[in-house]
Design a protein around this ligand. Structure first.
Ligand code: FAD
Length: 333
């Protein structure tokens, strides 16, 4: 059998998981990326990246949870170092009602009292009376993960074409379009949702898992990254503004970290960045067959979590024609 060729356009987390999955399956891959340096203009570079099926599922999206749990298993079986340490959700005593509300809106949690909170995250000892613990959730260091998926794909024969603008692609059996918000010209329903984040570094605090701080106005989370870096995120704003982080957002994110532990006051601010999450009307990603392309888009806040599942479903479709109707739609469906 001749080897089939696949063009992938866009090297964010969606494109990279597609490249890894399809390279492993023996396809010949070309990855076209607009930026001259990998990842620098992707939303993926700014992600936490929490793999949080329960905390990220709204009651209005019951169809998301089974997809997310399936995707989490693919992360478990994949090539990357994933920390399955769960998620801790906390609120200051005055906002306990927020914690109770979050408990009602989500599944997969245990309610912890203060000793159990301290046992789980000793550096938070005595600071929070109550917490919710989502033991099945996970997180991954996103930037090393992206590099690893790319390296593994290249090692299996994928070709990376950087700084590629325009529509001149070499002939291929299939074209997978994972341009994120860059595909808005082809996908009319796609909209940008701005996200702002900070990266800080502190040698004084150790966390083993993402910590989410509930707040009626400014909820935030802190994700431990390797080498004592922490990602603090994230705003969620319906906006196409790609400009730098606003002063108010920076204050709110950094202030939230400070309120989780005052020792964060001694942390160094390494980065303040903003990007656009590509989003569809129901905020659930989709595989769309349109204009001779396989679009994989609409990642919203779930891009890291769902990327391996979408890659598996695209592989099934290319390989056998199988259609997972929860995710894959022909144009006009
Ligand atoms: C602050 C923040 C925090 C987040 N935290 C999490 C989290 O904890 N967990 C989680 O699951 N998700 C999280 N997300 C969401 C996640 O980052 C996105 O859903 C995901 O990164 C989108 O991936 P993508 O591959 O579709 O798009 P992108 O990452 O934007 O990648 C698209 C790529 O296509 C390229 N491109 C565009 N146009 C062209 C063209 N014409 N030709 C070639 N290449 C092109 C771009 O340069 C880019 O590299 C977060 C997002 C933000 C902003």
């Amino acid at each position: 059998m001749t080897q089939q060729t696949i063009n992938i356009i866009g090297a964010g987390i969606f494109g990279l998981w597609q490249a890894y999955t399809l390279s492993r399956a023996g396809f010949k891959l070309r990855i076209y990326e607009r930026s001259k340096t990998p990842f620098t203009s992707s939303a993926s570079w700014l992600a936490g990246a929490m793999l949080a099926p329960y905390c990220e599922t709204e009651p209005s999206q019951p169809e998301l949870l089974p997809l997310s749990l399936e995707a989490l298993e693919l992360w478990r079986d994949g090539p990357l170092d994933v920390s399955f340490n769960g998620t801790l959700v906390i609120a200051p005593p005055r906002d306990k009602v927020e914690l109770m509300g979050f408990q009602k809106r989500t599944e997969g949690h245990d309610w912890l009292k203060h000793d159990a909170v301290s046992a789980m995250e000793p550096d938070l000892e005595g600071r929070f009376e109550d917490a919710l613990f989502y033991k099945e959730e996970a997180h991954v260091a996103p930037r090393p993960a992206m590099q690893r998926l790319l390296d593994e794909s290249i090692a299996m024969g994928a070709e990376l074409i950087l700084g590629h603008e325009g529509e001149d692609y070499a002939a291929a059996d299939h074209t997978i379009d994972t341009r994120g918000i860059g595909a808005a010209n082809g996908l009319s329903e796609l909209r940008p949702v701005r996200g702002e984040m900070a990266v800080i570094r502190s040698s004084e605090i150790h966390l083993s898992r993402p910590v989410r701080l509930l707040h009626p106005r400014v909820p935030c989370y802190i994700v431990p990254w390797p080498d004592q870096y922490f990602m603090v995120g994230a705003t969620v704003v319906e906006s196409d503004d790609e400009g730098p982080v606003l002063l108010r957002s920076g204050l709110e994110l950094l202030g939230a970290a400070f309120s989780v532990h005052p020792a964060f006051g001694q942390a160094q601010i390494i980065e303040l960045s903003a990007g656009l999450r590509p989003s569809l009307p129901n905020n659930i990603p989709r595989i769309l067959l349109q204009d001779d392309r396989i679009y994989v888009n609409g990642a919203y806040r779930h891009g890291f979590l769902l990327a391996p599942l979408l890659a598996a479903r695209v592989y099934d479709y290319i390989n056998t024609g199988a259609i997972d109707e929860r995710l894959l739609h022909a144009s006009g469906d």
